[in-house]
Design a protein around this ligand. Structure first.
Ligand SMILES: Cc1ncc(C[n+]2csc(CCOP(=O)(O)OP(=O)(O)O)c2C)c(N)n1
Ligand code: SF4
Ligand SMILES: [Mg+2]
Length: 349
């Protein structure tokens, strides 16, 4: 944690904690200028600021990659752990079990998640751990000079002309299939949508899996790439406007019930998802998977909140833990007394 000042600059907009945006910033980015990951960092800063989150209650986690460097560039006052390649989910699980009152945000890459970390990702999704899990998806391994990753589309061309022939993993479809309770896809270039998706994810209790198409300007932004800015702009099938009203704001949103799905979040916030795709219901798991398959077949990608199950029990709730964080329990309360251990040993003889 840094000692960043909490005194707001006079004249600057402040949030409900009386803090200005500067209190949510991180170190200066070392990523390439124009990298989609930088735009995502900016939206994360905006979302935590607008939600008035106490940064000291936040835990930032990541694996390895350009994307995984991002937590250094936001929320300087939060706790952080940059883990091993593809192993962020198990670190997040341990941390959240030890300190259940934290708000955890993990940043991963399409390689970190879809290749070396796929096993950990799969089990994270089926557990519904309270964690905002962001995949900064550029279809390549940016940090190691642009090799295809498992989210690269069939037919996508590398800079050297090599064409990818392996089918991609759709991380959203996989997450829904495995039980994630909040699944979204967005584009780093769509400021408004990404901001509202992130705010809703902050309000959600459970795993919020957000795959953000995030072009790598250095290795995967050329003609023929299906993860370039130009391709993403042309093939983004926006599911409808995402409107999020936090519980602490008393705004009455005018909406037509037939064309908008209203979802009440765990903390009392309201999410309004305007339908553009006819009859699309983001609480219908089968419909969500069908939508992903259909858009992929057309070479498009659907963005917005694709699936949401706000009341699903999270991992910590399902374990029936005591209310106090395990990290603060004294030894007498976590270790069985010697007599109990002796009794167990005797029963095994
Ligand atoms: C155990 C291990 N294997 C391989 C590497 C090399 N490596 C570092 S980052 C990376 C891929 C990163 O790709 P991605 O997660 O998509 O992040 P990006 O850089 O594209 O944001 C690889 C293979 C490593 N650091 N550790
Ligand atoms: S190499 Fe690509 S992913 Fe990495 S910082 Fe540069 S533009 Fe971003
Ligand atoms: Mg990548």
């Amino acid at each position: 944690m840094s000692d960043a000042t909490e005194t707001p600059t006079p004249g600057k907009k402040v949030n409900r904690l009386g803090l200005d945006l500067a209190a949510y910033r991180g170190s200066k980015t070392t990523l390439c200028a124009g990298c989609g990951h930088n735009a995502i960092t900016e939206r994360i800063i905006d979302a935590f600021f607008e939600m008035g989150v106490d940064a000291k209650r936040v835990l930032k986690l990541s694996g390895i990659g350009c994307s995984s460097k991002s937590p250094a560039y936001f929320l300087n006052q939060s706790h952080g752990f940059n883990s091993v390649h593809g192993r962020m989910p198990s670190v997040a699980t341990g941390a959240m079990l030890a300190q259940r009152n934290m708000l955890a945000i993990g940043v991963s890459g399409d390689g970190d998640t879809g290749a070396i970390g796929i096993g950990q990702f799969v089990h994270l999704m089926r557990r519904n751990l309270p964690l905002i899990y962001i995949i900064e998806d550029n279809g390549c391994y940016g940090l190691t000079k642009g090799q295809f990753s498992p989210t690269a589309d069939v037919g996508s061309k590398a800079k050297n002309g090599v064409v990818n022939e392996l089918p991609p993993i759709d991380t959203c479809a996989l997450a829904i299939e495995l039980g994630a309770s909040f699944v979204a896809r967005s584009f780093s270039g769509d400021k408004k949508q990404l901001l509202n998706v992130l705010k809703a994810a902050i309000a959600h209790r459970g795993t919020s899996m957000i795959d953000v198409i995030s072009p790598c300007v250095t290795f995967n932004d050329h003609e023929g790439s299906t993860k370039s800015y130009a391709y993403a702009k042309d093939h983004d099938e926006v599911l409808g406007e995402v409107n999020f009203v936090p519980y602490f704001e008393d705004i009455s949103v005018e909406y037509e019930p037939g064309s908008t799905t209203a979802v009440k979040m765990h903390d009392g916030s309201q999410l309004y998802l305007r339908k553009i795709a006819e009859d699309y219901d983001p609480t219908d798991r089968l419909a969500a998977i069908r939508l992903l398959h259909e858009t992929a077949r057309r070479g498009e990608f659907a963005t917005g909140i694709i699936y949401i199950e706000p009341d699903k029990e999270d991992f910590i709730g399902s374990l029936n833990l005591v209310d106090e964080p395990l990290a603060f329990l004294p030894t007498e309360r976590v270790r069985p007394p010697k007599a109990v251990l002796d009794h167990i040993m005797d029963s095994l003889r």
